[in-house]
Design a protein around this ligand. Sequence first.
Ligand code: AMP
Length: 249
Amino acid sequence: MKILVPIKRVIDYNVKVRVRRDGGGVETAGVKMSMNPFDEIAVEEALRLREKGIASDIVVVSIGVPQAADTLRTALAMGADRAILVQSEESPEPLAVAKILKILVERENPDLVILGKQAIDDDMNATGQMLAGLLDWPQATFASRVEKTGDGLTVSREVDGGSETLSLTLPAIVTADLRLNEPRYASLPNIMKAKKKPLETLSAADLGIDLTRRLTTLSIAEPPTRKAGIKVGSVAELVEKLRNEAKVI
Ligand code: AMP
């Protein structure tokens, strides 16, 4: 089985995101960038399927600026076999990403595409679903367990109030949720080995995909700062404040 894992380069999840002075976006200059955490989980799941003897070839792909090659190298160091970078000026919207991924799927013929459930920069949670729609493939989103059963997959997914189990035929799209697995760290020898693994570079324009943005950002604002809390001296004081100041009881 061949698996394609799309990975996005995003602001590292530990960085406190700041709005740019011109208000047109968030500050990325000099900011640490990393692989989207849900995509690390997707790569890890592909590696585990290979370790179980189910998958053979793992191809990672990223669409974005040339520096996304570093993110792809991280995935190669985790254990992916091959990488494809589709260069574009800025981070394209989910529909454009899904259209590019569709072209790569038609070229690479994977049996399974595992994406992150969402990219933590703009929280779209749309690319996997759009790709499944464009390809007309079955999809299981928010996966917390993936098993190969017969010719297809059995996927448990997180839903409100519990878990749902789906049976899918292949080829299929799966999007990874937080509880699917805990991604491994790349070891130093593997980081060195990853430098020699193949990384192909294409351009979005060569693939004939129109990257014109359809969404307009009206404004971006930092969340209001929270007021400092206070310590109360007794339960009676707490009840008094909840009743007369917060007016919640
Ligand atoms: P989103 O729909 O933007 O929240 O992203 C969901 C998933 O789609 C991500 O976790 C990635 O697996 C994939 N994805 C989104 N944007 C890109 C991109 N520019 N390059 C590669 N994969 C992407």
